[in-house]
Design a protein around this ligand. Structure first.
Ligand SMILES: [Zn+2]
Length: 338
């Protein structure tokens, strides 16, 4: 059994001075061979596959804009498209599907789709937040279409996974948890604790203050991720992993280190082993410092392949962490986790 990955760099999906750029993956790329994981070729998603999540009119509109009007900005985040972006986005979604199917068919133990453009802000009827198609949501729906009855998505990108939440808000087959920075003016503005009162325990938001880091996330994993998975009993876990929750990310202000990313990956993998026969697929979202992306991805691969931690990145946060104990209790209480 083995860990597999797909790598979709999309070199032509690039825009002047934009943080979501191919260079994000340039420190990681030469290290991929050393991770004891097997590369799979990503096959582009079909229009029908992306339509498992997105409205067909959005898919056609994006294709037309990319082919006829690009390059340009399509929303305020700003989200850009180039003439290759439609195909790049199909390949990114396909990278997540390729990983998911390898795990579902039992050909791989677990997987990591390292893809861009990212996906978790993209809603069923709009592209936004540097995202075109919602890669992780498409993969989760595909797993359901292939016979699973319940899957969970855990999102620990620095930003709220509003697109994934929108896709599954009323889909009882999918549980969604997002832990993210939350304060006035922080993108995308969604992800408040009490945002989905109709779906307690199934749609779970963990809105964190600035500088929340390794020890806060460890408590969140133990006291919220665990009862969330325990109560929903998914058959497979997807992880939207963004390395922009690292303390030195240029566009956010959380406090994770590479050791924190290793700890989080180990904890969600352990949950998948306990509840899902080990079935887990990580999908890359954000992360805007190429060194952090490389270190975070390495930490994730080490956890996936059961390798000891090596090359300690030595990048512990210099910031004091806020005390989040009462916030975590409030979240547990709201959802009835005990
Ligand atoms: Zn992000």
């Amino acid at each position: 059994m083995t860990t597999v990955y797909t790598f979709v760099k999309s070199p032509k999906h690039v825009f002047p001075d934009h943080p979501e750029r191919p260079e994000r993956l340039e420190v990681l790329q030469p290290k991929l061979d050393s991770f004891h994981a097997q590369a799979l070729d990503a096959k582009p998603a079909s229009r029908d596959e992306v339509s498992l999540v997105h409205k067909p009119q959005l898919v056609s509109a994006l294709e037309r804009v990319c082919r006829e009007e690009a390059p340009g900005i399509i929303d305020y985040a700003p989200t850009y498209v180039t003439s290759s972006s439609f195909d790049d986005a199909l390949l990114a979604a396909g990278g997540a599907l390729t990983c998911t199917r390898a795990v579902l068919r039992g050909e791989a133990t677990n997987a990591f789709a390292i893809v861009r453009p990212p996906g978790h802000h993209a809603e069923p009827d709009r592209a936004m937040g540097f995202c075109i198609f919602n890669n992780v949501a498409i993969a989760a729906r595909d797993a359901l279409a292939n016979g699973l009855e319940r899957v969970a998505v855990i999102d620990y990108d620095a930003h709220h996974g509003n697109g994934t939440q929108a896709a599954f808000l009323n889909d009882e087959r999918v549980a969604f948890l997002s832990a993210h920075q939350f304060q006035p003016g922080f993108y995308p503005g969604a992800g408040a604790l009490k945002e989905a009162p109709h779906a307690k325990k199934r749609i779970v938001n963990v809105p964190l203050p600035a500088y929340a880091g390794d020890s806060v996330y460890e408590q969140v994993a133990d006291k919220i991720f665990r009862p969330f998975v325990e109560s929903f009993k998914p058959q497979m876990i997807f992880v939207s992993v963004g390395f922009d929750a690292h303390w030195s990310d240029p566009i956010t202000s959380l406090g994770l280190s590479s050791a924190g990313y290793f700890m989080l990956a180990q904890k969600v993998i352990a949950l998948a082993e306990e509840f899902c026969n080990g079935k887990i697929v990580f999908v890359l979202e954000g992360g805007y410092d190429p060194v952090n992306v490389a270190n975070g991805a390495e930490a994730t691969f080490l956890a996936l392949t059961k390798s000891p931690r090596r090359n300690e990145a030595g990048d512990l946060s210099p910031h004091k962490e806020p005390d989040c104990e009462s916030l975590i209790e409030e979240i547990r209480k709201w959802h009835g986790f005990s």
